[in-house]
Design a binder for this molecule. Structure first.
Ligand code: ADP
Ligand code: ADP
Length: 227
């Protein structure tokens, strides 16, 4: 399996120990979209952070495309994050004094096989705005820039943590539709966190987390279009 998470556990020690992940296992096929659903505090971000090499598990394994992430040294983990993972967050983290194209270009340089700037700009519908600054864009457009920045390096895996969390319903639909297009056109494997179950219908696989455990896995043979 392209992404295989097996028996992941994680505890945080803040006064008393809190077990955040209690043996989480998930699998996602190459080129698929997976959604992690679940209430606040159920462990979604912790799981994604471990898959993205930002945090470490106490036990269990993560394998992506045959590479065992959980065995990497600290230096190897930095390399893995930079080259193999694209991150999209609720807030866009764009550099305010760089244009759209410059915000995206910063990242393309770290990859051996980046996508072409113009292909990515067209894919996210921002070709005409490549010389604008972030403050001149709507929230939805800024999120499109952050998606372009995440995919230009041709990541093995695109991780999105509540990508529509700061957007209204219609703008959210646009961003989700865009992620589906990215998935289709670039073949990018996408894993996305949300607590919105309407979003889950547009994924191939939905993992429902509850108190640090996978309570339910649902597979869809066909994606429901966001628009
Ligand atoms: P979700 O993304 O589903 O809201 P999280 O993975 O963010 O859940 O958090 C799960 C639990 O782990 C929460 O109770 C949270 O307070 C705790 N937690 C998350 N990160 C840390 C941390 N760095 N230190 C201590 N506790 C944490
Ligand atoms: P959305 O519905 O996506 O939030 P907005 O209503 O905020 O969109 O913006 C609509 C259009 O106005 C967008 O194309 C955006 O580029 C443009 N726009 C928004 N704010 C500014 C600004 N401060 N300067 C120039 N153009 C702007």
């Amino acid at each position: 399996m392209f992404l295989a998470v097996s028996g992941l556990t994680k505890q945080y020690q803040i006064g008393i120990a809190t077990t955040v992940l209690k043996g989480v296992s998930i699998q996602l096929a190459k080129g698929h979209i997976g959604v992690i659903l679940g209430p606040s505090g159920s462990g979604k971000s912790t799981l994604m952070n471990i898959i993205g090499g930002v945090d470490r598990a106490d036990s269990g394994t993560v394998e992506i495309d045959g590479e065992r992430i959980t065995d990497l040294s600290q230096d190897q983990l930095v390399e893995y994050r930079r080259k193999s993972v694209g991150f999209v967050f609720q807030f866009y983290n764009l550099v305010p004094n760089l244009t759209v194209a410059e915000n995206i270009e910063v990242v393309s340089n770290i990859s051996k096989q980046p996508h072409k700037m113009n292909d990515v700009l067209s894919a996210v519908g921002l070709f005409d705005k490549k010389n604008r600054f972030p403050r001149e864009l709507s929230g939805g457009e800024q999120q499109r820039v952050s998606i372009a920045r995440a995919i230009i390096k041709n990541p093995t895996l695109l991780l999105c943590d509540e990508p529509t969390g700061a957007l209204d319903f219609d703008t959210s639909r646009g961003v989700l539709s865009l992620l589906q297009n990215v998935n289709r056109d670039f073949g990018t494997t996408i894993l996305m966190i949300t607590h919105n179950s309407a979003i889950a219908a547009m994924a191939h696989t939905v993992y429902r987390l509850r108190s640090g455990e996978v309570a339910e896995v649902t597979h869809h043979s066909e994606l429901v279009p966001a628009e």
